[in-house]
Design a protein around this ligand. Structure first.
Ligand code: CUV
Ligand code: SF4
Length: 665
């Protein structure tokens, strides 16, 4: 069938030039993408499913609920609020489970590394020392591997803990936040346990009060953000190096005509790091040359891409929605996948080409794909086996098309430590200059743009949100496929600061940083929690995360992980706005999420489909927080009297509060 690929009058638009370019070529004519399927389906998404009121948890149903219509409650009597809250909590559980299983693998790899059973090593000893302190590990007289082993084992124990003690990392949060969580009874205990408890409480006939269900939703989300995701980020950094600013490129154009192209897609960097090491191995390079190629060119897709981009500067070929398009070039010898966000369709697309889809994790196989199990005890050998398979395909490559001119430069690698160093670097490592820039109003606030991309929305929504934020002096921190998308439109370069408002532009010029900072993969959203906490601890911006002029969004979210992430930000005190959420079919639950949560956590959910308005809502929240902190006047002075910004003081601003209104003295 004929498919219009250049946009369909306001819906599902593709704006990405290289996507349009590749799909318009003859070699791609048989490729059906997610975008095509959105159009081909010819039916709207089910109203009950998309507003949260379809219940399938028992076999008296499925029940479709209409809030306010008596005969349309569940057969068991469950209301729209109960059903929507249960579904939502289950999405949190699934998202948290994904991060948790990923984290567990990383920690097991970390332990093997500490034992000397892997080709990796303990690289970041400063971070190792920080983690030793968090876990109370004595470092005197021990070598780095002994310390790492103790940390690794304690970290792993947090997953299966059966005590009622909170998980270790929770104590990294601001003191006031910890007290609040304690008071509410939402401190996560064992990480796995919180996910199990959600599944239990949302089973038929258990927890049937939406507010109580969401207490557990909040607790499990914290087990993800401050637990598994944070453990994964920190231990991965120790093992593979904490990201530092590094130049690289993004876009499909990073594929190379003269090399064996291997795209690495999924999430767990253990495999990706091993592939990076194997790609430069003499034997592999020799084999590639023998096959007529210059070598092996690795290119990232999705968050695996972000992991090796951040730490090694390996180019990223594609975000989530381009995973099929990158194959449609005909230039990929193998797409290596592990877990999460891999569309089953890549296998179908690969059939039109010489491309192999190689699954590597026993948890994630695809009918028809080649499976080469990644052996954690012999990562390099596994990686070589995979690359050999890819090299074997090089000679079979037929016609192909790589959009060369559309390769975009990016500067990435903004870990919490980098922000600390870059902004504070001239004097000492600290968040003082960042806080001061916010207090003086040169930086209005922080906007986090995280998460996926999704063909439900035109593909330029991240860009619209980001441009509006930076134009209004909001510094953007980006992760996940959102960050990749922003790189594709040129916003991850210091030069992009020319599009920022005068205050942000000045800060970016002074430091030499982009107005949009790439902070990593989805699990690395935990970096944002640490950064926010550091800002609180630095002083002058209140006493808790909910006092900060900060707002988060995941435009075009797709994965359940985005729901878990959004919830841990809200539970940590942030304002989080998505373009849609499956909660709108229930009145009380919706109101609870969008309004009442703020009274409990100081953070709340919001929904706004229009990306420009979404950005403006984030700015409005930032301004509200500035006013509560009493720093709104400073900003007016900055904007209207450039001279005065030099002599602004910072004192006396620590008494703002956000737990239910006026400052607590
Ligand atoms: Ni984890 S969750 S699509 S942003 S990787 Fe991209 Fe990355 Fe998936 Fe969403
Ligand atoms: Fe229907 Fe209740 Fe069963 Fe859900 S739990 S499917 S609402 S009967």
């Amino acid at each position: 069938m004929a498919i219009s690929r250049n946009g369909c009058e306001g819906c599902n638009d593709i704006t990405c030039p290289s996507t349009i370019d590749v799909l318009s070529k003859d070699i791609a004519k048989n490729v059906i993408t997610a975008h095509d399927r959105v159009q081909m389906r010819g039916m709207e998404a089910c109203l009950f499913g998309s507003t949260g009121t379809c219940c399938r948890v028992c076999n008296m149903g499925p029940c479709q609920i209409i809030d306010g219509v008596d005969e349309m409650i569940g057969v068991c009597g469950a209301t729209a609020d109960t059903v929507a809250a249960r579904n939502y909590a289950r999405a949190i559980a699934a998202g948290a489970a994904a991060h948790t299983d990923h984290a567990r693998e990383m920690i097991r790899g970390f332990i093997e590394t500490a034992k000397g059973n892997s080709p990796h090593e303990i690289k970041d000893e400063a971070k190792l020392a920080t983690m030793a302190e968090v876990f109370g590990v004595e470092t005197e007289g021990k070598d780095k591997n002994e310390i790492a082993l103790e940390i690794g084992e304690l970290a792993l124990a947090d997953f299966g803990s059966q005590t009622d003690e909170p998980i270790t990392m929770l104590k990294r949060a601001p003191a006031k936040r910890q007290e609040l969580w304690k008071r509410l009874g939402v401190e996560p205990r064992g990480i796995d346990r919180e996910i199990v408890e959600i599944m239990h409480r949302t089973h038929m006939g258990v927890d049937q009060y939406y507010k109580n269900i969401m207490l557990q939703g909040a607790r499990a989300s914290l087990a993800d953000g401050w637990g598994s995701s944070m453990l994964s980020t920190e231990l991965t950094d120790i093992m593979f190096g904490t990201p530092k600013p590094i130049r690289s490129t993004v876009d499909i154009g990073v594929l190379r005509a003269d090399s064996v192209n291997v795209t690495v897609h999924g999430h767990e960097p253990l495999l990706a790091e091993a592939l990076c090491m194997a790609a430069t191995d003499e034997e592999i390079v020799a084999l590639a040359k023998k096959a007529g190629a210059k070598g092996v060119n690795l290119a990232g897709v999705c968050c695996t891409g972000n992991e090796i981009l951040m730490r090694r500067g390996v180019p990223v070929a594609a975000g989530f929605i381009q995973q099929e398009v990158v194959l449609a070039t005909g230039a990929v010898e193998a797409m290596v996948v592990d877990v999460q966000c891999i569309m089953q369709s890549v296998q179908e697309v690969s059939k039109s080409f010489h491309t192999d889809i190689i699954t590597t994790n026993y948890r994630a196989k695809i009918d028809g794909a080649t499976h080469i199990q990644f052996d954690e005890e012999a990562p390099l050998e596994s990686a070589k086996e995979i690359l050999k398979k890819a090299i074997g395909n090089f000679k079979k490559r037929g016609d192909f098309y790589i959009p060369q001119e559309k390769k975009l430069d990016v500067v990435v690698g903004f870990s919490h430590e980098t922000v600390n160093y870059m902004l504070g670097g001239r004097f000492r490592n600290s968040y003082r200059p960042l806080n001061d820039a916010i207090i003086s109003g040169r930086i209005r606030g922080i906007g986090a743009i995280v998460g996926c991309d999704n063909y439900k929305m035109p593909d330029n929504h991240h860009e619209i949100v980001a441009r509006e934020l930076i134009k209004n002096d909001v510094l953007v921190l980006a992760t996940g496929c959102a960050a990749t998308g922003l790189g594709r439109v040129g916003l991850l370069t210091p030069e992009a600061a020319s599009e920022a408002g005068p205050g942000l532009a000045e800060v970016c010029a002074t430091v030499g940083m982009p107005p949009v900072l790439h902070c990593g993969s989805c699990v690395d959203n935990s970096r944002l929690l640490i950064a926010a906490t550091a800002m609180v601890k630095e002083g002058g911006l209140g006493e808790d995360i909910c006092d900060l002029p900060l707002a988060g969004t995941a435009p075009s979210w797709m994965s359940e992980k985005a729901v878990a992430i959004g919830q841990y930000f809200v539970t940590s005190g942030a304002y989080v706005v998505f373009q849609n959420l499956p909660i709108t079919g229930s009145k009380k639950f919706h109101k609870f999420m969008a309004e009442e949560m703020e009274e409990i956590y100081g953070g709340r959910w919001d929904i706004e489909e229009d990306p420009l308005k979404l950005a403006q809502k984030m700015i409005a929240h930032i301004d509200k927080k500035r006013a509560e902190l009493g720093i709104d006047k400073q900003r007016e002075r900055v904007l209207f009297d450039m001279e005065m910004r030099r002599d602004l003081g910072t004192g006396g601003l620590t008494d703002a509060g956000c737990h239910g209104g006026p400052p607590e003295k």
